[in-house]
Structure formats: structure tokens, C-alpha cells
Design a binder for this molecule. Structure first.
Ligand code: TXA
Ligand code: MG
Length: 323
């Protein structure tokens, strides 16, 4: 995988059936053109991901959703109208455009319009190169299966260089502004069902649709596996008061907490965000830093539950689950 600086190079690589890692506002994605089974197979190989785990199709415009789905409910359009481009993925009944090779053989397909200017530009160029206005870039997070998602181009290169070829590219769009993966909503039944929490909260989904958003979907989603987003270090979620008992031997322990919580003597502070939004932005880089420093353990004090807090707790819980 080689770094490129122009959206044209990224779009050419994609058009030719190679991989292109691209920034979105949530995390970096490992993209391939969504109509090319050979290109998609390279994603699964690079990630070491089981072939039945479906991918998100990133679209150039909200309008393109109609080509990818059938029987799309009104509430899905309400969500796309308000939150696209943005950190939201909708799972809809698939049309014939969505091949088995991106849906893992399921009857549904996940679609998203990202707000990142580089992702938008590359998609626009790919539309022009292929002449297909609804072409999509299929992209999972650009990490090895089960590992921490990348929030910088450097993370992507470090993790995937050895599993890709020199025809594959990565384009640097800086640090991701949201920092954790998109909210996923299952829109295949009569009301919205949350598949993965993210920056768009259940409250926002309910406000926009005027419907209850439940969490009882039967649809499979790998980001909802119990153990996921895991660094090598053992992650433990703790209450702030529990930090008081760490007095000795803290040098191999990392701490992730809001800035208001002081660091026990000797412990390695991995980040000090001042808000839940900043916490989400810094979380994955902090988990990577723990592994770079070969820490054996990371203590995490979760932020309050409101807004993006619920999604942060979700990721911490999965990172903390034993493998
Ligand atoms: O923020 C994000 O969503 C990032 C950026 C790159 O867009 N992408 C991402 O992709 O997190 P990935 O593949 O790491 O996680 C996507 C999740 C997986 O858990 C997958 O199982 C689920 O979406 N998914 C995809 N298609 C689905 C479908 N048809 N039904 C249910 N879940 C689906
Ligand atoms: Mg992922």
C-alpha cells in the first residue's frame, strides 16, 4: 500500500480494481468498487475478515440509495434527509445492484453518505470515470478483523501495509473528526432498530422519525460481536473512585479518562479529553498508543451516557471483553 496525495490517484486505483483506504468523518475505510467481486475479495483478504460479514456501500449522493434498495420505508428517507452526509449507516432491503459479495449473502445492504470532503471527491471522480451515478465504494473500517479502527492514515499504513500490494493506496485526510464508527440503523421493518450506536444517538433517531427506535434487530452485524475493537492490552472499565487503589506498580498501566480525573502516580496517561466528543476522537489512538508502549493493562473511566457517551461505552465494553 502506498500513500497518495491526490483524489484522482485514489479514484484511478479504485476504478482499476485496486484498494484505496479513504478517510471518513468517523474512521478510515478500506475501499473497493462495490460492483467488482475481485476487488471486494481483496478487502476480505487484507482484513482477514470472514466472507459472510457484509460491507457498507458508501454512496456519492443520498439519491443513489434508491438504486441500492427496494421497499425503502419513509422513516429511512427522513433519517437520510436529516443526517446525510454524516456518521449514519442505513440497512435497507437490497436491490439487484447489491451483490452477494458485499452483503455476505444477506437480503439487506448497508448504505452511507459520508461528509468527509475527500471521500466525497473520490466518489464523484469514480462516478465520472465509470459513468455510473449510483456506483458505491464498499468499505469496512481499515483495520485487521477484530482490531481497533484507524483514525489516521498512519494507523492504516502501519496495520495494512503487509497485507496489501503496491497497487493499493491510502489517501491522507487528517485525523477523523468523530473518531468512532457510524451509527447503524436497521430499516428493514416497520420501525427503526439500532444495530450499532454511534455519534447519531437513539434520541436523535426517535426525534426525526417520531418512532421508537428499538435494539431488537435480528439482522447480523459483526461490529456487534461481543469482542471487537480490541487492542493487545487488557482493557478494564473502572469507576473514578477505583483509581484511588492504584498506588504501586502502575508503570505498565495506561489510563483513558476525561481530563477532570487525575492520573494516579506513575500511571501512563493515554489521553485527557475535555468532552465526550473529544473522548470519542481520541479513544482509538489511545488504545493504539497502549500497544505501542506495550502496556499490559488499560483502565478506562467511561464518560457520561448522554449523546455519544452510549457509543463510547459500547466500544469500551467490547474492547474489554476477553478474546
Ligand atoms: O463508520 C463506519 O461505519 C466505518 C466507515 C469506514 O464507514 N465503517 C465500518 O465498517 O465501521 P465495518 O465493516 O467495520 O462495520 C460495518 C458494520 C459491520 O458490523 C457489518 O456487519 C454491518 O456494518 N453491516 C454491513 N452490512 C450489513 C447488513 N446488510 N446488515 C446488517 N449489518 C450490516
Ligand atoms: Mg470495523
Amino acid at each position: 500500500m502506498r500513500p497518495v496525495s491526490s483524489p484522482q490517484e485514489a479514484a484511478f486505483a479504485l476504478a482499476a480494481g485496486h484498494l484505496s483506504a479513504l478517510p471518513t468523518e468517523t474512521v478510515y475505510g478500506l475501499g473497493a468498487r462495490a460492483d467488482d467481486p475481485h476487488a471486494i475479495a481483496k478487502i476480505y483478504a487484507a482484513k482477514g475478515r470472514p466472507a459472510d460479514h457484509p460491507l457498507i456501500a458508501h454512496l456519492a449522493t443520498a439519491d443513489a440509495m434508491k438504486s441500492w434498495g427496494i421497499d425503502i420505508p419513509e422513516y429511512a428517507y427522513q433519517l437520510s434527509d436529516v443526517f446525510w452526509p454524516g456518521p449514519l449507516t442505513l440497512v435497507i432491503q437490497r436491490s439487484q445492484k447489491a451483490g452477494d459479495f458485499i452483503t455476505g449473502g444477506q437480503d439487506s445492504v448497508a448504505v452511507r453518505v459520508s461528509a468527509h470532503p475527500l471521500m466525497q471527491e473520490v466518489l464523484q471522480l469514480l462516478v465520472e470515470l465509470t459513468g455510473d451515478s449510483s456506483i458505491a465504494i464498499a468499505a469496512p473500517s481499515a483495520n485487521r478483523f477484530g482490531k481497533v479502527s484507524p483514525t489516521t492514515a498512519k494507523h492504516v499504513l502501519e496495520e495494512l501495509h503487509d497485507f496489501t500490494t503496491e497497487d493499493d493506496v491510502v489517501i491522507d485526510g487528517g485525523q477523523c473528526s468523530v473518531g468512532i464508527e457510524s451509527t447503524i440503523v436497521d430499516c428493514t421493518s416497520d420501525h427503526p432498530r439500532l444495530l450499532r450506536p454511534g455519534a447519531i444517538s437513539v434520541e436523535q433517531i426517535e426525534d426525526v422519525t417520531g418512532m421508537k427506535c428499538t435494539t431488537d434487530s435480528q439482522v447480523r452485524a459483526s461490529g456487534t460481536l461481543e469482542s471487537h475493537y480490541s487492542p493487545v492490552a487488557h482493557v478494564e472499565i473502572v469507576e473514578p473512585t477505583a483509581l484511588l487503589k492504584y498506588v504501586f506498580g502502575t508503570e505498565s498501566i495506561g489510563l483513558i479518562a476525561l481530563a477532570e480525573h487525575p492520573t494516579p502516580a506513575g500511571m501512563v496517561r493515554l489521553c485527557s479529553p475535555v468532552s465526550s466528543e473529544e473522548y470519542a476522537q481520541q479513544l482509538y489512538a489511545a488504545l493504539r498508543e497502549a500497544d505501542a508502549r506495550q502496556l499490559s493493562k488499560v483502565l478506562a473511566v467511561a464518560p457520561p451516557m448522554g449523546g455519544i457517551g452510549a457509543a463510547i461505552r459500547d466500544r469500551l465494553t467490547r474492547a474489554a471483553n476477553p478474546k
